[in-house]
Design a protein around this ligand. Structure first.
Ligand code: GLC
Length: 405
């Protein structure tokens, strides 16, 4: 497939732009301690003590097929999982790092996940942290302004490229390479161009994020929404609570309604949402995540049409929520229902029909100047609890008037 790196119109990006919604998974030895994925660093664990935790970690209830099924049932169309986080412990077999789950429990957890994804036609991405709190040479290059330890840095880059090569060679088709943790060096320090060229050679069509300190294919705002320029792909990654890795004390769960409103807002601005789950150390998803995934899935079954394959919408936000668009159709995502009549401002295109997406029921509407009136909406009591979606067919591609401020 043709790849024009960083070009949103490039053929290799189109499936991802259509997918709109993916699952992020943060899982590793830190899940055992259940205090987030930074636990080793924040609690200053000596390497040998943390290593004992990692070597004892045995996720006996991990069933990759179940994970993939839950993601698909929630309407998610790709999956990105931590293959190695900052702690340096690999969830895959490696010839460059024997600190890995094949050595400790005889399981290549990423191979299991890859098999499950391939069997279910689920595009798979590997998260890979460039940080490595376990590797003796990780900081070797940074002793500036005194001369850095060049030999050590060279060893660390070779190690990094070795792992990236394994991830791109041993697991069949890899859809996404999702770097993180590159703060210590710049793109040149990481030899990022060379490393990413290697990944693209091994995996034609792969999508690479912007966190190896070079822009590559897409931007990755974290825990917030920020649309990139229209010619640039972007994806917000976000947690359902406040932690990426399992945190047993974290009770800051977002409601399903909030998560769906976030998804519609991101999609109206042309972005994707990569929504995180932090599985427990045994391999099961926390009950709070399972519940939200199910509820989102139920909503997506009825309203997925208003999410998938949409592109950046010309409509600004309204008091009711956000508008997604695709072809000649606009979808009003009414996350803040207020009654039977809805007034939408700044609508330029003539509207041909208005229907309730979930039922196909026709709705009365009237266009007066730049105002669109929609009548007969379900009352709050029996509308969708998360977002009632009105489908508007328009004459030609939806156009909006600019707002004034
Ligand atoms: C933050 C966290 C890191 C996590 C990442 C996901 O950078 O520090 O642990 O993996 O977000 O984007």
């Amino acid at each position: 497939m043709e790849t024009r790196v960083g070009d949103i119109t490039s053929p290799h990006m189109q499936w991802w732009l259509d997918a709109k919604f993916g699952m992020f998974i943060h899982w590793g030895a830190y899940s055992e301690l259940a205090r987030g994925e930074w636990v080793m660093n924040r609690e200053r664990w000596p390497i040998d003590e943390y290593e004992k935790v990692a070597r004892a970690w045995n996720p006996e209830r991990f069933d990759a097929r179940e994970w993939v099924r839950m993601a698909q049932d929630a309407g998610m169309r790709y999956l990105v999982c931590t293959s190695k986080h900052h702690d340096g412990f690999c969830l895959f077999g490696s010839e460059h790092n024997d600190y890995n789950t094949v050595e400790t429990i005889g399981r290549d957890l990423m191979a299991e996940l890859a098999d499950a994804c391939h069997a279910a036609d689920m595009p798979l991405g590997f998260y890979y942290s460039l940080k490595d709190w376990h590797h003796p040479d990780y900081e070797a290059g940074r002793r500036a302004p005194a001369p850095g330890d060049e030999a050590g840095h060279a060893r660390f880059i070779e190690y990094t490229q070795g792992l990236v090569r394994e991830l791109c060679s041993n697991y069949g088709k890899l859809a996404i390479l999702w770097y993180d943790g590159g703060g210590l060096y710049d793109g040149a320090g990481w030899h990022a161009d060379e490393m990413n060229a290697l990944a693209r050679e091994l995996q034609p069509g792969i999508i690479i994020n912007d966190r190896s300190r070079v822009p590559e294919d897409h931007d990755t705002p974290e825990q917030h929404i920020r649309a990139s320029a229209p010619d640039r792909a972007w994806e917000t990654c976000m947690t359902m609570n406040a932690s990426w890795g399992r945190h047993a004390g974290d009770r800051e769960w977002k409601s399903t309604g909030e998560l769906i409103a976030t998804l519609t807002r991101i999609n109206s601005l042309g972005g994707n949402l990569l929504l995180n789950v932090g599985p427990m150390s045994d391999g099961l998803f926390p009950a709070e995540s399972v519940l939200r995934l199910r509820e989102i899935g139920r909503w997506m079954d009825l309203h997925g049409e208003s999410i998938y394959a949409t592109r950046r919408s010309p409509f600004q936000w309204g008091g009711f929520g956000f508008t997604t668009t695709k072809g000649n159709v606009a979808y009003l995502q009414i996350t803040r229902a207020i009654g039977e009549e809805l007034i939408v401002g700044m609508v330029k295109s003539p509207v041909v029909s208005a229907t309730l997406l979930a039922t196909g029921e026709a709705l009365a509407f009237e266009q007066r100047g730049d105002r669109l009136f929609i009548r007969g909406l379900p009352s709050i009591a029996w509308g969708d609890p998360y977002s009632t979606v009105v489908k508007l067919e328009m004459e030609g591609e939806p156009e909006a008037y600019p707002g004034w401020w």
